[in-house]
Design a protein. Structure first.
Length: 342
């Protein structure tokens, strides 16, 4: 099979298009023919070598995989050759105390497909059978690869780690990003008023198109006071955040009494100054969110099936242009998802 390996970390990293033997499944594994694979911030962290876990090279990146089953391990039941699937890229053990309680995203032995194991920027990928989720008939491979990871990350943040009540005010930071564009749609469908932030006019227009009622310019120093103005100084009930650094510090200025910030990333920096006084006086919460469970993935695909969640696709690249795809995502000018189609 053809595959793209990251052979040296860097910005940009070094990639190589290689010919490898087709993967052979162990008894509980499935080989998936990759039809589309989304590119994510996670891939850029892998490229940089910036993840706080041991990384072995060469590695085939790619965590947001859609395709069909082509080979089955001897003990696999419930799947047939040709089945259309999405792959849950948070690999989980299925037997630790957290997996047994259905909280796969807390697995003690969790691994990331496309980071610690070879991923989907290849013609085929090997995955444990338990990580596959069936694709609804009317969700095509590109839509799945554009929603599976970012969409289910947002689903986990808004329906598992926190709750959105009808009429609540929700602020979606970086609303034109993969997680942001899904979070806007999910919060609106749950009945919330949505304010988004975005750094360019094109991104601001996209957030409004996705359902945000208000959008503020995140390049303005005083964007948080804009948010307070929109809510008549009350503040928002929930902030959906994945930027970190100074941005999450400003997000606290936007928060209403009893409000919650839910975060799944730290692109702008992992360390922040936190003022505990308003946090406890206003009884606010800061909640971490990591990955997803298969239930979040299934819900995401069900929402896509009935049109409640739509992908925004920026560009599609072949395997031979993976380095260009990484450069495009890194440029921060993308509107929606960048996909690789082998
Ligand atoms: Zn586990």
């Amino acid at each position: 099979m053809k595959a793209v390996q990251l052979i040296a970390h860097g910005n940009p990293g070094q990639f190589k298009l290689v010919e490898l033997p087709d993967p052979a499944p162990a008894s509980d594994e499935i080989v998936v023919q990759v039809r589309a694979c989304g590119l994510n911030r996670l891939d850029l962290w892998l490229e940089d070598g910036a993840l706080p876990i041991p990384l072995d090279l060469p590695r085939i990146p790619g965590s947001e995989i859609a395709g069909h089953v082509i080979r089955l391990g001897s003990n696999v039941e419930g799947w047939r050759v040709g089945d259309r699937v999405a792959v849950q890229s948070n690999l989980f053990c299925g037997s630790c105390e957290f997996c047994l309680s259905g909280e796969e995203s807390l697995c003690l032995k969790g691994q990331l497909l496309g980071v610690q194991k070879d991923g989907g920027f290849a013609e085929m990928v090997l995955a444990p059978a338990c990580t596959l989720v069936r694709l609804p008939d009317n969700v095509d491979f590109n839509a799945s690869a554009a929603l599976t990871l970012a969409g289910s990350t947002a689903m986990h943040m808004l329906t598992n780690r926190t709750r959105v009540q009808p009429g609540h005010w929700v602020l979606v930071v970086a609303g034109a990003s993969g997680v942001g564009s899904a979070a806007i749609q999910i919060a609106r469908r749950l009945g919330a008023h949505v304010i988004a932030t975005a750094s360019t006019e094109a991104k601001r227009q996209l957030t409004l198109h996705l359902g945000a009622e208000y959008v503020v310019d995140s390049t303005r120093q005083d964007w948080s006071s804009e948010v307070r103005k929109i809510t008549q100084k009350r503040g928002v009930d929930l902030v959906v955040e994945h930027v970190g650094g100074a941005v999450i510090e400003q997000a606290f200025d936007c928060l209403a009494r009893g409000g919650t910030i839910v975060t799944c990333g730290a692109t702008a920096g992992p360390k922040i100054h936190l003022n505990l006084w308003p946090l406890f006086v206003k009884q606010q919460s800061l909640v971490g969110s990591y990955g997803r469970s298969r239930a979040d993935l299934t819900t995401t695909l069900e929402w896509a099936e009935v049109g409640k969640l739509k992908p925004t696709i920026d560009a599609v690249f072949p395997l031979s242009e993976v380095p260009a795809a990484f450069a495009r995502l890194r440029s921060r000018t993308v509107l929606g998802k960048v996909l690789i189609v082998p």
